[in-house]
Write a protein of this length. Structure first.
Ligand code: GLN
Length: 453
């Protein structure tokens, strides 16, 4: 009730939610009844969660921020949602996002942007700006997001929240409306490292419905976070600062807080080592070939027949499909479909998609080499604090370059966390610290992250 009251009070301004559940109180009461009857429930049972609208939810619309899916109510829950419900968490509603998770500001949502709770004139990050804003504005204690190139970590950074992109394959993608299938991962957004770990424990693990789901037995991330919080020293931990992601071009206050966090790690006994990842400078370029290529293929299913809207035109199947896609997709989605189909077309495939995949391999090798020298890698989570609405909207390249710090982890499939490390002195806005670990070592993020809180 407290969260529903808070949503009623502030969401008119924040616009974190696209849909608020009508049955959250009933579901919470059912959890209370189960607890009262003596059933042993998990630690998060009864805790409400906001869900990014990219995840399919039974009984609640799932639009992925697009007009083309307006009003579509999925017949099944995405696996992370099903697992969350099975653990007794209660869905509060669906959160706003850039259309089909394409963007870094939520300005590409077909339903209007979300405002950053720290400053209503600024973006809350993207694509999962709604989930991060809901958590930061106390409209939800926890949220689910998806991260293809930073859409959990960057919104967390610019709203002063914690966000985690798990190892690729660590959390099921079943029922997550696909952007780029080789990059997408679902993960938690929260106000503390332990909260993120608790939610990750609930949603993660093998799912036979996702063919890329890892079959690993995962350790308890909550235990890792608690151990990190208890530890009195980081002695023996090698923290690698990625030279290419510690750019003099970043906002001064972002760099300042980042270097202060490094000092804190050193003071706690960690050893700071500088590592070089020479191919990271090509990551954004490779990503913006691979992502549109996969997205153009994934979005082919919005054909006016299988899902969502259908334009009211007379004509052939092709006429109806074209009119629906013309009306239903926004400009950023169209831009990426065109880029993607071009990159995949005969004669250009090797030059663009093939080259980008080779760069991806080189980036993966950079990570492997860096992880020989360091246990975790760190960087600022984003080059700047939250920018003003409109600042990058007319310049797609400027928007894309904002992802420079987060994209490498997606290309390599390694896990990454953003956690808040104070406010930039020049604008008083939150700064995020990114920690990355080798694939399957998500527990390290929670252990190290907890020491920085
Ligand atoms: N900003 C990136 C993009 O526009 C990240 C998207 C994401 O992680 N979903 O592609």
């Amino acid at each position: 009730q407290a969260h529903l009251d808070r949503i009623a009070a502030v969401d008119g301004d924040v616009h974190a939610y696209l849909h608020v559940s009508g049955s959250a109180l009933e579901e919470a009461a059912a959890i209370d009844a189960r607890r009262a009857s003596g059933e042993k429930l998990g630690e998060l049972a009864g805790v409400p969660v906001a869900i990014k609208d990219v995840l399919c939810t039974v009984g609640m619309p799932s639009t992925a921020g697009s007009k083309i899916l307006e009003g579509w109510i999925p017949p099944y829950d995405a696996t992370p949602v099903a697992r969350m419900k099975a653990a007794g968490l209660v869905a509060l509603g669906k959160t706003n996002m850039d259309e089909f998770a394409m963007g870094s500001s939520t300005e590409h949502s077909a339903y209007g942007p979300t405002r950053n709770p720290w400053d209503f004139g600024r973006i809350p990050g993207g694509s999962g700006g709604g989930s991060a804003a809901a958590v930061a504005a106390f409209e939800a204690p926890l949220a689910l997001g998806s991260d293809t190139g930073g859409s959990i970590r960057q919104p967390a950074a610019v709203t002063g929240s914690v966000g985690v992109k798990p190892t690729y394959g660590g959390v099921s993608r079943y029922g997550a409306i696909a952007l780029a299938s080789s990059l997408d991962q679902v993960g938690p957004v929260s106000r503390s490292v332990l909260d993120a770990a608790l939610l990750h424990d609930v949603i993660g693990g093998h799912d036979p419905r996702d063919s890329t789901s890892l079959t690993d037995q995962w350790p308890s991330f909550a235990e890792a976070a608690r151990a990190g919080a208890r530890a009195d020293s980081l002695k023996g931990l090698r923290v690698g600062v990625v030279k290419e992601l510690d750019s003099p071009g970043f906002q001064a206050g972002v760099s300042q807080r980042f270097h202060e966090a490094l000092e804190l790690l050193t003071a706690n006994g960690a050893e700071i080592v500088e590592v070089s990842a020479p191919h990271f400078e090509y990551a954004v370029a490779a990503y913006y070939v691979i992502l549109p290529a996969e997205a153009s293929s994934n979005l082919a299913k919005f054909d006016s027949v299988r899902f969502g809207m259908r334009a009211a035109v007379q004509g052939t199947v092709e006429d109806v499909m074209a009119a629906t896609r013309e009306a239903g997709f926004g400009p950023e989605v169209k831009r990426r479909i065109i880029l993607g189909t071009y990159a995949l077309s005969a004669g250009y495939y090797d030059a663009y998609y093939g080259s980008a995949q080779k760069v991806r391999t080189l980036i993966q090798r950079d990570f492997s080499a860096a992880f020989e020298q360091a246990d975790v890698l760190v960087s600022p989570s984003a080059p700047t604090t939250a920018f003003e609405f409109g600042a990058k909207l007319a310049d797609p390249l400027a928007m894309y370059l904002n992802d420079v710090t987060t994209i490498p982890a997606n290309l390599a499939g390694v896990p990454g966390m953003s956690l808040p490390i104070g406010l930039a002195p020049e604008d008083g806005l939150p700064v995020g610290f990114q920690i990355m670990a080798p694939a399957r070592e998500d527990a390290r993020l929670y252990g190290v992250g907890a020491t920085l809180e």
